[in-house]
Design a protein around this ligand. Structure first.
Ligand code: DX5
Ligand code: ZN
Length: 225
């Protein structure tokens, strides 16, 4: 089953609670929260207090994507705020295994994100510490960018690496430029979570957008078997 994680980066920040309720009613599975620090990426967004506020208005898992330098300094804050998945960038961690263990020690699912230029091989020796890989299909920092299809081989390789290591439950999520066409491509390669900002929040019919992402990507799975 493909999980849909709308990115609230494309939502109306003045009505965030309602924007979350809208995607929840449309059938979304997770809420994806993009945290940017103006240092790791050239943009600043929101922090742990917003996660805490959202925790009070949704039952869905909150999937926090930390696009920040030195993420270890903030893990406890995001855990306390009520995150379910906490994802750090491989490129932002000096001691990735330590950081991933730290996230699990806080009782949270540990995620690691890979920029488009970062190889999946950087994860080979930490496979057992990972609950989720967030494959970036754009350079992080902004919503509404074009999908980079070089991620397709990366997803394929990652799914094989986890399968060969016997880790069948790891999520592979893809973030950036996801629509019903690109979503289908990445699910076919082994992704099971689709993050989408503009495709959902800028859609004329938000219910239809969530449904399209889910059903079209699943059709492809059936057809390819
Ligand atoms: C990019 C963010 C994404 C982004 C996705 O830096 O991590 O979550 O908001 O937006 P779309 O789906 O519009 O590319
Ligand atoms: Zn994101």
């Amino acid at each position: 089953m493909t999980l849909i994680a709308p990115s609230i980066l494309s939502a109306d920040f003045a009505r965030l609670g309602e924007e979350v309720a809208r995607v929840e009613a449309a059938g979304a599975d997770w809420i994806h929260v993009d945290v940017m620090d103006g240092h790791f990426v050239p943009n600043i967004t929101i922090g742990a207090p917003v996660v805490k506020a959202l925790r009070a208005v949704t039952k869905l898992p909150i999937d926090v994507h930390l696009m920040i330098s030195e993420p270890d300094r903030y893990l406890a804050d995001f855990a306390e705020a009520g995150s379910d998945y906490i994802t750090v960038h491989q490129e932002a961690c000096h001691h990735l295994q330590r950081t991933l263990s730290h996230i699990r020690s806080l009782g949270k699912k540990a995620g690691v994100a890979l920029n488009p230029a970062t190889s999946e091989e950087t994860l080979r020796y930490v496979l057992a510490d990972i609950d989720l890989v967030l494959v970036m299909s754009v350079n992080p920092g902004f919503g509404g960018q074009k999908f980079l299809d070089t991620v397709l081989d990366k997803i394929d390789n990652l799914r094989r690496m986890f399968d060969e290591a016997g880790h069948k439950d790891v999520h592979i999520s893809v973030d950036g430029g996801i629509n019903s066409d690109t979503g289908k491509l990445v699910v076919d390669k082994g992704a099971d979570v689709l993050v989408a900002g503009n495709f959902i929040y800028k859609a004329k019919d938000i219910n239809q957008a969530v449904k399209d992402l889910k059903t079209k990507s699943e059709e492809k799975i059936k057809a390819s078997r």
